[in-house]
Each structure stands twice: as C-alpha cells, then as structure tokens.
Design a protein around this ligand. Structure first.
Ligand code: EPU
Length: 341
C-alpha cells in the first residue's frame, strides 16, 4: 500500500473537480485499511474514505488522508430454497454486482441498474431508483470501526431511510463499509409500478418481463433521462426530494396544480425537487462551466473547467431560487467536502 502526497483528486470524483488531498491511498483489503488509518493517526490527520466518488463534491482541497476503498470480490455465501445470499467487497462496481445477479436470474436489485458508484457506498445513502431501495435487499454488512476494528452488522442496525443511514449521521467519520451481503430472490419479484416503467414494457410488448428485460428497460429509461458521468461530469441527483407537510403542499398545489409529489410517511409527501427547480426555469441554466442539466433539473453538471466553488455557488443559487418561489428548502443529496451549502 503506498501513500501518495499532494494528490490530484480530479479522477477520483465523477464531478471531475480540481482539488488536492494532502495524502491519498487505495486499499484492497482490511489490513491495508487498518494501516491507512494507523498512518492517519500518526500524522494526526483527518480521514475521508471514498468509493468511486460518484456522489461527492470536493469544494476545497482536503487537508488529510483520502482513502479509496478498492476491496474486490463477489461470492455466494449462502442459499435457502427462496434466497441466494451474495457478499460483495466495498470496492466492487455496483453495476458489476447487478450484472452478477442478472446472470443468475436473481431478482431484487434490477431496478437499481446503472446506478454509478461502488457497493460500499450503496448503503451509505441507501441508493434507490424506480420504486426500489437497497434496504429492500440488504441483509448484513461488514464495517471498519475505528475503535473496534472490523465488525458485522445486521442491516436493521444501520438506520437506512430515504437517501440516508447512520453512516451519514451518528457513524460519520467512525464507521466505513468494507463489504455488503444481499439477499436476492430466486423467484422473480419484479417492481414495475414506478412511473414510466409500465409504458416502456408495453411499448416493447413485454407483459411478463424477465429480470433481464426489466433491467434493460430501466437502463434505457436512465440513459434517456440522466447524463452519463463519463460524457458529462455530474454526481446524479444533486438534491434530495424534500419531504413537505400535506398542509403546506395543499396551499402550494392550489397555486401550482401540476406540482409532482409522492406519498411519504403520514402527514407528509415527497416533493419532486427536479420539478421545483424546473419550475424556476433553471433547466439548462449555466454560469460558466457549472450548469443545471438541460433535460433533468435535479442534476448539476460540470461542463469542463468548473471549480468546486463554482459548483457550490450554482447549488446555492438553485436552492435560493426554489426557496424564494416555493418556501421549500432543498438539502443536498451529494456529499459536500470542505464547505457547507
Ligand atoms: N421533473 C421535472 N423536471 C425536471 C426533472 C423532473 O418536471 O427537470 C419531474 C418529472 O417529470 C417527474 C418528477 O419530476 O414527474 C420526478 O422526476 P424523476 O422521475 O426523473 O425522478 P427524481 O425524483 O428526479 C429520483 C431519484 C433518482 C432516481 C429516480 C428514479 C432522488 C433525489 N433522485 O429522481 O436518483 O434515479 O428518482 O427513481 O431521489 C440519484 O440519486 O442520483 C438519482 C438519479
């Protein structure tokens, strides 16, 4: 394991922003991870542990050690008449795990097809798309706990909620995911209710789709809606969909009848942040190289040379426009390192 000094983080984040880390290293197993932490301790340096950097905005240089989780490996660890249990290292590419499960005709994560990022990052924000969340398939995980070393946790202990978990809250900076075990269904249990899926299935004449066919549909919907980070630097949805009380929403809906909302817990609804931003006429808005995507207002993009600060200024502008117009405060979904929004 080598530790590089003064490392350029540009290739380690899908926003492709110029930022430097005082130190950086890649870890391929738990021992290397422990050594990296030991190094940070001797230097009294702060640590940032990242996966593929698909949900991160480096707003500034990082004055500490950035550890890139690269623990590989996908293996079936158990089986029952109904389920297959599969364990994957934190550094595995999420899509590789989706492909692994499709190849074996297992179901559970097909709606999460093509979500950029690593397996280890998936529980941190409880990745979700098209009516399915990671927590629906998550069985257990292994974490590195700075005080206790490697620990096994049941998924129920991890506080997974909409784009949230204890890893973003009380465990932030204390516990990092090193592997994830999923429980996948042998008998396909497909979720096709979420907007858009049924229409495409019908267009393709698929009344009774296979897991692979559903995954293909999801892939085509995603490709039509979301920019590919390899072609246009971005970090997916920049903001979470805000949860707003039904009282407040009924006032707003009287004024804006086409406002898009989804059910949430009792007395609240989830409001489509993309719609809110779009309704402020910000789709395609651009300030230098920092912009709001032309087709999906929830995605902020770096056209090439934007700095972390440029992206941050844009995000603040978008947040303030939405706040002014709707009285709803957007919170970032992307992790911002080195600044507050
Ligand atoms: N909308 C607009 N204008 C826009 C964007 C969206 O009017 O510019 C409207 C759409 O027409 C739709 C609604 O807003 O009625 C919701 O849009 P969409 O279905 O595209 O989904 P989303 O709420 O914007 C969420 C996730 C995505 C996930 C999709 C599909 C969050 C923050 N985002 O987006 O996740 O892929 O649903 O399930 O929950 C990500 O986390 O990076 C991500 C892409």
């Amino acid at each position: 394991m080598s530790i590089v000094e003064d490392f350029n983080l540009k290739s380690w984040s899908s926003f492709a922003l110029e930022a430097r880390a005082k130190w950086a290293t890649e870890v391929y197993n738990e021992l290397q991870l422990e050594k990296a932490f030991a190094f940070a301790e001797t230097q009294q340096a702060k640590v940032l542990c990242i996966g593929k950097g698909c949900n991160i905005l480096f707003a500034d240089d990082f004055d500490g050690l950035v550890i890139r989780m690269c623990i590989e490996g996908i293996e079936q660890v158990d089986e029952s008449p109904e389920y297959v249990y599969v364990k994957a290292g934190g550094g595995v590419d999420w899509q590789e795990l989706v492909q692994w499960s499709l190849k074996r005709q297992l179901s559970g994560i097909e709606n999460l097809t093509l979500i950029p990022g690593s397996v280890g990052a998936a529980p941190v924000q409880n990745i979700g798309a098209y009516g399915v969340e990671l927590k629906d398939s998550l069985f257990e995980l292994e974490v590195y706990d700075q005080a206790e070393g490697v620990k096994k946790l049941k998924f129920e202990e991890c506080g997974l909620a909409y784009r949230n978990s204890h890893f973003k809250g009380k465990w932030k900076g204390k516990r990092w995911v090193t592997s994830v075990t999923l429980r996948l269904n042998k008998q396909a249990r497909l979720s096709v209710e979420y907007g858009g899926i049924k229409k495409v299935l019908e267009q393709r004449g698929l009344n009774n789709p296979t897991v692979q066919e559903l995954s293909d549909v999801i892939a085509s919907i995603r490709r039509s809606k979301l920019p590919d980070p390899d072609e246009l630097a971005n970090a997916g949805s920049f903001f979470r969909n805000p949860i707003v009380s039904v009282e407040k929403l009924s006032e707003l809906k009287a004024k804006y009848p086409d406002m898009v909302t989804y059910p949430a817990h009792s007395g609240y609804e989830k409001c489509a942040a993309g719609w809110l931003i779009d309704s402020c006429s910000l789709k395609g808005y651009r300030d230098g190289d920092a912009g709001v995507h032309k087709d999906q207002a929830l995605v902020l993009v770096n056209y090439g040379k934007a700095s972390g600060d440029d992206m941050l200024q844009l995000a603040r502008y978008v947040r303030d426009q939405v706040l002014q117009r709707f009285g709803i405060r957007l919170e970032p979904e992307v992790e911002i390192v080195g600044a507050l929004l």
